[in-house]
Design a protein around this ligand. Structure first.
Ligand code: C2E
Ligand code: CA
Ligand code: CA
Length: 951
């Protein structure tokens, strides 16, 4: 089709060309610079040849292959300066990134349609690769040939002269490189896609999409696509533009998704979506005008990269870790971008830069893949269930911090993982080995149970080990361990392993114990609280019911005016003092006794270490003393006293609450007496309380109305049953209550001032009656015993009143005996001594009443001017040998001290005789006569002393 004609050089159509000299060593010669391009020269192109070997410049005309040809031509000349024939290939690549331009780039096309040499025939096209136009030439030795190439496009970015073998080698070398890069790109794309399917976090598909875009780009760029489908050079431009748009889109999507930009700002999301949609539209553009699409894509890519820099900087400073981790990737992108820029603008022009940039893209995606995976799996994967049940269980175990306990039964080896030995202070591995080496470490009480539990498990081959036991640590302390395990059966059905966990539950156990302790213990003093106190008391009572010599006593100890301490010195000082008192009290007790804190300043005590009344009383004294010892606080002495109520268990009161109530009643009674006092319980206290109020007012009324009367019980000489005197006893006939015994109303009167009036009333009445009897019967040798309450004497200076009342009675003061109990002298010896001395000096007889119920020794009482003692009924009726000895010694001592002795409650004549023989002077009991009214006494006296009046 080519027409060639030789013409002589005639006009200035084109200048003659300088030939390129070719030698055998030139394997690859770049002809681009030496090739002249002629644009729009029409379908018939005329050009001057290079000067031939003969020096002649010829003019040739070349006709285009088709009339529609644009008229673009390229001309170059080659000279074979050797003496051999040289075969070469002329290669013009369809696409070259180098110098393709940033905007509206040259996306490549067929470059050369045909080449016409100045000599010989048109060159043969070699169908070597679809990416280049390749023509074979043969240059004879010494020949100079001008070539005219008919161009398919106005530009010819590159034209090379290759030695055929070298060309083949280069193509092959690139093919290998491309294959590797393509393979990596493909793998990456597939891998990231698979990860996405498995994992499903959004940044994975975004990265996968970018990987696919890179794969597409590289496939096109490396000519791989044309190997799959037939791609004409025209189509290739569309493909190329398309993949560039794809790349640009992929980068935007990745940046947006990876940085989670929708989380920061919704507006940012709109911008991004618009951007992506715009890029989507660019695909359509790519079909009609690939360079425009490609140009926009390149701008988009560069803009995205720069926007990424801004975002990463901003978010990185805000400590957003994803942004920080993207820095290496983005640095690489920026490098790549710079490389691409200097390449497309032609500043960097060599043959490896284009494939290098393709590889660079793959490298970028690779780095992205790593970054993303780091996020997807660092912490992320496990949260979202990417692992098996087995792993989950293993993780749970590791997370719980429990220790795995594994007993390989067949080899009899126990292993704990992590090793438990250090926890117990043992050297590592000392608990690994046969199960029996655990036994010596296990608490003696738990050892057998541990062994049998394991044996049972082996025997039954099923069930679960759920076992708690104590193990001794190296420091001697025991740790509570909870072992939970399960047998694993082998193929023969035997237990081959036992696997589970072992946990140190000491803390837990302790806190359970502590809770239990706190529930029943006071948390200031650590003493048992009321609840536990009652419980212990119950135990003691039930013991007392079975065992003869167990007789618990209950003490209620209340600190007097403790409120003042709290008010003046503050609660914390109050607490400190309570603690100090607690310590003092504890020192006085034996382990079997229970001291408890009942309420604020009230302590309770169950005393079982002592049963003797004397010992119990002595302890009460000791407690009272311990409390009243001064407490040093910040240099000042704080003196406290206590009111103590005591009750001792007797067979019939079985409920602990009742015993405690009785002790409390006694304690309140002690308080009423002004505190600093030990008060044994008396049944009369029971009416104290709401009843007490009414009883007191009724009693007051009865006293005003003189409804109280006196009865007189004879006191007789034991040797001849002659009447020696009378004891005046109060009687109260209440219309509502009936006969109220003095044991009930006297204690009530004692709690108020009523006792003063009551006492004086009894004294005056007795004196009046005695005077009356003397008047009617005559001067008779009988005495009148009148009871005086200790409270009465302690409450006022009664001495004067008593002396006055007696002297006013017209009877001799020596006729009067005042009966007092030892509580008076025990509690206030000083005042008692003074008062009693004065009464004694006034000639009034003093009698110690109820001797034997108290706790003081007779020797002690000799300091006081008592002339008579009355041995209490409880002692007199005691038929035991010990009782007998006791009475005998009392009587002996009394006789030596020149005291008269009255035995109360003598039951029989025999006893009366015995007592008389012992040296006991008087008796007073129902046996000798019950208490009777004043009239009856008068009658009795008349019968007994008929002559008195007359004499
Ligand atoms: P007390 O001073 O020990 O009086 C003796 C008590 O023993 C009297 O009880 C009397 O009835 C009782 N008694 C006498 N012989 C026998 C006997 O053979 N068997 C038994 N089981 N009991 C016998 P009473 O009258 O109920 O007086 C009880 C207590 O009340 C007295 O004990 C005394 O402490 C007090 N009391 C009575 N009158 C007065 C009073 O005027 N002033 C004061 N302060 N106390 C009084
Ligand atoms: Ca009496
Ligand atoms: Ca008595």
């Amino acid at each position: 089709m080519l027409a060639l004609c030789l013409v002589l050089f005639t006009g200035p159509t084109a200048m003659a060309i300088e030939p390129v000299k070719i030698s055998r060593d030139d394997t690859a010669l770049d002809l681009t610079a030496t090739t002249e391009i002629y644009k729009r020269r029409g379908e018939a192109f005329q050009v001057s040849t290079a000067a031939g070997a003969d020096g002649i410049v010829r003019r040739i005309e070349v006709r285009a292959s088709s009339p529609q040809h644009s008229g673009d031509w390229a001309v170059f000349a080659l000279a074979n300066v050797t003496d051999e024939q040289i075969d070469r290939l002329i290669v013009a690549p369809h696409f070259r990134l180098v110098g393709s331009g940033l905007l509206w780039p040259d996306l490549g096309s067929t470059r050369i349609l045909g080449i016409t040499p100045s000599e010989g025939f048109a060159l043969d096209r070699v169908e070597e690769g679809s990416e280049d136009d390749v023509f074979r030439i043969t240059l004879n030795p010494g020949s100079v040939i001008t070539f005219v190439a008919e161009l398919a496009a106005p530009d010819l970015p590159q034209i090379y002269l290759w030695e055929p073998e070298a060309y083949k080698d280069t193509v092959n070398a690139y093919t290998l490189y491309r294959g590797i890069v393509l393979g990596i790109a493909g793998l990456l794309a597939v891998f990231l896609t698979i990860l996405f399917v498995v994992k499903g976090t959004s940044m994975l598909p975004a990265t996968a999409a970018l990987a696919w875009a890179v794969l597409a780009y590289v496939s096109v760029d490396f000519g791989f696509l044309s190997k799959l489908i037939s791609v004409t050079p025209g189509d290739e431009r569309i493909w190329r533009a398309g993949t560039e748009v794809l790349l640009a889109t992929g980068l935007v999507v990745f940046l947006f998704t990876y940085l989670n930009l929708n989380r920061w700002h919704t507006n940012l999301s709109y911008v991004t979506v618009a951007w992506i949609l715009g890029l989507g539209g660019l695909f359509a553009v790519a079909i009609y005008d690939p360079p425009v699409a490609s140009g926009i894509a390149r701008i988009s890519f560069a803009t995205t990269a720069l926007a990424g820099v801004a975002l990463i900087t901003y978010l990185g400073f805000n400590r957003y870790d994803r942004a920080v981790m993207l820095i290496p990737t983005w640095a690489l992108i920026l490098c790549w971008l710079f490389g691409a820029w200097i390449t497309v603008t032609g500043q960097l022009a060599n043959d490896i830069v284009q494939p290098a940039l393709g590889g660079g893209l793959v490298l970028i995606v690779l780095l992205m893949g790593f970054t993303v995976m780091q996020h997807a799996f660092a912490g992320g994967a496990y949260q979202q269930g990417l692992f098996s049940d087995m792993e989950r269980q293993a993780m749970a175990l590791a997370g719980s911090g429990d220790t795995v306990w594994d007993w390989d039964v067949t080899r009899d080896r126990v292993v704990t993982s992590p090793d438990m030995s250090p926890q117990l202070g043992l050297s590592p591995g000392s608990l690994a080995g046969p199960a029996r080496i655990w036994l010596p470490r296990i608490h003696a009480d738990d050892r057998d149970r541990f062994r049998t539990t394991l044996d049972v498990l082996l025997e039954h081959r099923k069930g679960r080990l759920n076992h708690q036991f104590r193990m001794r640590a190296e420091d001697g302390h025991y740790h509570w361990m909870a072992l939970r395990a399960r047998p694993v059966l082998g193929s023969n059905g035997e237990v081959i392993r036992c696997v589970g966990t072992i946990i140190d539950v000491t803390e837990q156990k302790n806190s359970e114990d502590r809770l239990l302790h706190d529930a029943v213990h006071d948390n200031l003093t650590g003493l048992p609280n009321r609840q536990l106190f009652l419980d212990r008391l119950q135990t003691m009572i039930s013991m007392a019911e079975r065992i003869p010599n167990v007789r618990p006593s209950v003490f209620m100890i209340d600190i007097d005016r403790f409120k003042l301490v709290n008010d003046k010195l503050g609660m914390s000082v109050g607490d400190t003092i309570l603690l100090a008192l607690t310590r003092r009290l504890k020192r006085l007790l034996k382990p079997q006794d229970t001291l408890a804190r009942i309420s604020g300043d009230q302590f309770g005590l169950v005393l079982v270490s002592e049963q003797d009344a004397d010992k119990v009383a002595a302890l009460a004294e000791a407690i009272s003393k311990a409390i009243s010892a001064p407490i040093d606080f910040a240099g000042q002495d704080i003196r406290l006293t206590a009111s103590i109520g005591v009750v001792t268990w007797v067979e019939n009161n079985a409920v602990p609450e009742d015993l405690v109530k009785d002790a409390e009643l006694a304690m309140y009674q002690a308080k009423r007496f002004g505190g600093n006092r030990i008060e044994p319980f008396r049944p009369a206290f029971r009416t104290v309380g709401s009843d007490r109020q009414r009883l007191e007012s009724d009693l007051r009324r009865a006293l005003e109305r003189r409804e109280l009367t006196l009865v007189y019980q004879p006191i007789v000489e034991l040797k001849d049953a002659e009447i020696a005197g009378f004891e005046a006893l109060l009687r109260w006939e209440d219309p509502k209550r009936g006969t109220v015994p003095p044991s009930e109303f006297i204690p009530v009167a004692e709690t108020s001032d009523l006792i003063l009036e009551l006492g004086m009333y009894a004294l005056k009445q007795a004196a009046d009656d005695l005077a009356q009897w003397q008047e009617t019967v005559g001067e008779i040798p009988v005495f009148m015993s009148v009871n005086l309450s200790s409270a009465q004497l302690l409450k006022s200076d009664l001495c004067n009143d008593v002396i006055k009342a007696i002297s006013a009675s017209r009877c001799d003061p020596s006729r009067f005996r005042l009966e007092l109990t030892e509580t008076l002298v025990m509690h206030n010896p000083q005042q008692a001594l003074m008062t009693l001395s004065r009464l004694s000096e006034a000639g009034i007889g003093l009698t110690l009443d109820d001797f034997g119920t108290g706790h003081s020794s007779l020797a002690y009482l000799t300091r006081f001017p008592f002339r008579t003692i009355k041995i209490d009924r409880s002692l007199v009726i005691d038929q035991s040998e010990k009782g007998g000895i006791l009475i005998r010694s009392i009587v002996d001592l009394a006789n030596k001290l020149d005291m008269k002795v009255v035995a109360e409650g003598v039951v029989s004549e025999d006893d009366a005789l015995k007592l008389s023989e012992m040296g006991c002077d008087y008796g007073q009991s129902f046996l000798f006569g019950p208490p009777i009214g004043a009239e009856s006494v008068q009658k009795l006296l008349k019968e007994r002393f008929p002559i008195s009046k007359s004499s």
